[in-house]
Design a protein around this ligand. Structure first.
Ligand SMILES: N[C@@H](CCC(=O)N[C@@H](CS)C(=O)NCC(=O)O)C(=O)O
Length: 288
């Protein structure tokens, strides 16, 4: 759906996949009502009905396109996820913290050489990686970009602090983990490195990155990574600690990382997102 108007400077919040326009033609000054309330479908609809009710606005209505829009915009989000994927896990935590209901579509990174490489999934995520999130009629990829989208459209339970310096610190920790550690120990890289060397390789890069994270936390941490509020940095840290344990990294030199990980272990949003609680987690896994 595209809301057609004469102001090119306001981005329409909802578009149909076909990019078809003229579902609603609505005078531009009404649009902020829709844009500002994007975070809640309820609000989106009440705004739409409000728009329809107001006299003096020209509305072209197409039933066919409306159905297409409603289905994609109000459907429960679908998260393409793999139980042990730390990047999927980040998004699961963020969705849980913000109490956004979603369905999981498991993509096995192992089965048949990896379902992420099949043609059908490549259409969803051309990077052939998880996660991908279908939400509000859009398909989003890249876990950090997804978390920012959720933050901007669902401001409830913020994942970024108000204070700009604290925000910068959150982003710094997120970057160290998501650019400086995880990609270097990602499955596709480990396959390239080879079975024999992969453990040592992963340990090397995680250790190097955790040294920097621990240093950053020494000035930023309160109860959590940055102060006493859970942020995106925590969403990224906990899954990375899991990866570190998987590769038998010695975590004793990182007492702050360990303390925060322990602190978040019992948080319901984090617990529900844990690999052992995923529908595609193998039943034989310990703790399952
Ligand atoms: N930058 C991406 C990285 C995604 C990523 O590396 N996903 C991993 C799982 S955590 C994956 O799908 N790996 C499959 C592969 O390497 O073939 C993000 O943050 O979403």
């Amino acid at each position: 759906m595209v809301i057609s108007e004469t102001r090119p400077d306001i981005e329409s919040p909802i578009r149909s996949k076909s990019g078809n326009s003229k579902l609603l033609s609505i005078s531009w000054w009404f649009k902020p009502l829709l844009v500002n309330r994007l975070g809640s479908q309820k609000h989106l609809y009440s705004s739409t009905w409000c728009a329809l009710a107001l006299n003096g606005f020209k509305i072209n209505y197409s039933k066919y396109h409306h159905n297409a829009m409603s289905l994609s915009a109000i459907a429960k989000p679908i998260l393409y996820s793999y139980w042990r994927s730390s990047c999927s896990w980040r998004v699961r935590i963020a969705m849980n913290l913000k109490e956004i209901p979603y369905d999981i579509k498991p993509i096995s990174l192992i089965k048949s050489g990896g379902e992420q490489h099949c043609n059908e999934y490549r259409e969803v995520n051309p990077m052939e990686q998880v996660p991908a999130l279908q939400i509000d009629g859009h398909t989003l990829i890249e876990s950090v970009a997804i978390m920012h989208y959720l933050e901007e459209t669902r401001p409830q339970r913020p994942l970024l602090p108000q204070d700009v310096h604290k925000r910068a610190k959150v982003r710094e920790i997120v970057e160290i983990i998501c650019s400086g550690i995880q990609p270097l120990q990602n499955l596709i890289v480990l396959i390239h490195v080879g079975e024999e060397k992969k453990k040592e390789w992963a340990q090397h890069w995680i250790t190097r990155g955790f040294r920097a994270v621990e240093k950053a936390l020494s000035t930023s941490a309160g109860k959590y990574c940055v102060g006493d509020e859970i942020s995106m940095a925590d969403c990224c840290l906990v899954p990375q600690v899991f990866n570190a344990r998987r590769f038998h990294v010695d975590l004793r030199p990182y007492p702050i990382i360990l303390r925060i990980d322990r602190e978040l272990e019992s948080n319901p949003a984090f617990r529900a997102a844990h690999p052992s609680n995923q529908p595609d987690c193998p039943p034989e896994l310990p703790n399952k």
